[in-house]
Design a protein around this ligand. Structure first.
Ligand SMILES: Nc1ncnc2c1ncn2[C@@H]1O[C@H](COP(=O)(O)OP(=O)(O)OP(=O)(O)O)[C@@H](O)[C@H]1O
Ligand SMILES: [Mg+2]
Length: 265
């Protein structure tokens, strides 16, 4: 089945009251953020999406595919599952080398040119990590940031899933604005659970959660888009400081002034 859009129909919050956002659509190419304080139900909302909830989860939400409800016994062919979830706590159980793991996944997914797709996946992942991932490394030996980067690349390039859910990737130490830039080149639905203002403002719209309920849908307007451009500059500065610290170098007043000068021009 080709997914053109999915619709989330509101249910109830933690206290049983009806959600203010009654429904919203996610269409191919949409980038959406889910925001709100710790414990407000962000992961619960993307779990509902992943499960194609049909009023059968604690939130009572329903997810429609192309305007139709998903039957309870509906299951996707695992090799074509339309949703990839990059969760908050991901660890690999397999200690296969990265190259072998990707090759197996690409084969299961029926990829034609395995070497090419494998290289594309690694190149994508390595644009997001500080330390490059090497094909021969065991999956279990990857760092947290490398693991998330590889999972994102794997989901986008090999998995080819039309819907990708990402739970708080900002904490994994990956280059998230770079990730968003790269993801914009793919015609998919990306849903980010995030506490990060850059990710939220680079999204097309965001859902604000409180006490388990969807309170507001905010479309990113022109003012916020301009704000995002300014924030990106600040973010780039922070990233460059991070690189200096990571490389074991020191930050002098000259370096500080030079970096900060970008903000005043
Ligand atoms: N609509 C809801 N109805 C009933 N229970 C809910 C609802 N939304 C969230 N909960 C419950 O509230 C708790 C916290 O939710 P969740 O883990 O989704 O929060 P979170 O926003 O992802 O938090 P964090 O920022 O810490 O990751 C969970 O036990 C979850 O089952
Ligand atoms: Mg969570």
């Amino acid at each position: 089945m080709e997914i053109r859009k999915i619709t989330i129909i509101g249910g109830n919050g933690k206290d049983g009251s009806k959600e203010a956002v009654e429904r919203f659509d996610l269409k191919m190419g949409d980038i959406v953020s889910i925001v709100g304080p710790t414990g407000c139900g962000k992961t619960t909302l993307i779990n509902d999406i992943e499960l194609f909830a049909n009023r059968n989860t604690p939130s009572g939400r329903q997810v429609l595919i192309n305007d139709e409800a998903v039957p309870e016994d509906f299951s996707f062919d695992p090799s074509k599952h339309p949703i990839a979830m990059i969760s908050q706590h991901t660890n690999f159980l397999s200690d296969l080398p990265v190259g072998e793991f990707l090759t197996i996944h690409a084969t299961v997914r029926g990829a034609e040119n395995i070497d090419k797709i494998l290289q594309e996946t690694l190149d994508f992942a390595n644009k997001l990590t500080g330390e490059a991932i090497i094909k021969e490394t065991a999956m279990t030996e990857l760092s947290g940031g490398q693991t998330r980067s590889l999972l994102i690349a794997d989901a986008v390039v090999i998995g080819n899933s039309p819907i990708i859910l990402l739970d708080e990737i900002e904490n994994a130490g990956i280059d998230r604005t770079k990730a968003l830039e790269l993801l914009k080149g793919y015609e998919k639905i990306f849903v980010f659970v995030t506490h990060d203002p850059c990710i939220a403002l680079l999204s097309d719209f965001r859902i604000v959660l409180k006490n388990g309920a969807m309170q507001r849908l905010i479309t990113t307007g022109q003012e916020e888009k301009s704000a995002a451009t300014e924030m990106k500059k600040m973010d780039d500065i922070m990233l460059s400081f991070r690189s200096i610290i990571r490389a074991g170098d020191e930050i002098s007043e000259d370096i500080l002034n030079e970096k900060m000068s970008v903000l005043t021009c």
